[in-house]
Design a protein around this ligand. Structure first.
Ligand SMILES: C[S@@+](CC[C@H](N)C(=O)[O-])C[C@H]1O[C@@H](n2cnc3c(N)ncnc32)[C@H](O)[C@@H]1O
Length: 236
């Protein structure tokens, strides 16, 4: 479920070749807000955490992820940052003795896709509905009352292949299925396939997502700005 071991060694190369814009992500994440502590769920190799630490060296930040190989890279990247704590866990089994003012996920466990004027839909790395609910229950327990949950927004997924910064070819292919889609990721160097990973995603309509999040105390707070990098929820 959501394991990124196969991709881990090439993740930074692919993501920093234009897949995600980490400057813009952190602009939106921290813009006008001051938090004393934050949690990233599905922090991967720590690219967002690194940018947060650069801007807010005194902010206490925890990153969690279920893929140890991704966290190993994050650990190395963030070894000089005493204010960043990394933990290996599945969100469905995760708990801590303290709570956070803000939790976020960008491309991590849960995110929204917005395709033009269409209604957003929720994408989850967790395939099973009951486990999605368990994960949200765990997440709710990690946020203080009045705390904020920011879930990242991405554009629609589609099939493509394109060269990345070092000339290798990144390709992805989407296969819709009954509850979501299967996404295949590839990295090729000439005739050699360096990396192949296939990940199942569950999807929820916007109404289903708001109802499910609402069951765990998360209320949607619509914001005017476009394009959106995150949708914001507050926890009761
Ligand atoms: C696309 S990466 C995003 C990483 C990072 N947020 C970034 O922007 O570069 C998704 C990450 O979510 C993690 N993940 C998926 N399902 C998870 C779960 N149930 N609990 C914790 N982490 C999970 C994966 O291991 C992977 O590292």
């Amino acid at each position: 479920m959501g394991d990124y071991t196969n991709m881990s060694g090439y993740y930074d190369l692919i993501m920093t070749s234009g897949y995600y814009d980490y400057q813009k992500i952190v602009d939106h994440l921290l813009n006008g807000h001051s938090y004393s502590n934050v949690l990233e769920i599905g922090c991967g190799t720590g690219l967002i955490l690194e940018e947060i630490a650069r801007r807010e060296p005194n902010l206490s930040v925890t990153g969690m992820d279920l893929t140890q190989a991704m966290l190993d890279i994050a650990q190395d990247r963030l070894k000089a940052q005493a204010n960043i704590n990394l933990l290996c866990a599945n969100i469905t089994e995760f708990s801590l003795s303290h709570q956070f003012e803000m939790a976020f996920s960008y491309g991590g466990v849960w995110y929204f896709v917005i395709d033009g004027d269409k209604e957003p839909f929720l994408v989850s790395h967790i395939r099973d509905d009951g486990l999605n609910r368990l994960g949200l229950e765990r997440l709710a327990g990690l946020l203080s009352s009045g705390g904020e949950l920011l879930l990242g927004v991405q554009g629609p997924h589609h099939d493509y292949e394109r060269p990345i910064s070092n000339g290798m070819i990144y390709a992805q292919k989407i296969e819709p299925d009954a509850h979501g889609f299967l996404k295949h990721y590839y990295l090729r160097d000439g005739e050699t396939t360096l990396m192949a990973q296939s990940t199942h995603y569950r999807t929820y309509s916007f109404a289903e997502a708001l109802a499910m999040l609402g069951d765990y105390g998360f209320t949607y707070k619509p914001e005017a700005q476009t394009p959106k990098q995150f949708l914001r929820f507050t926890k009761s």
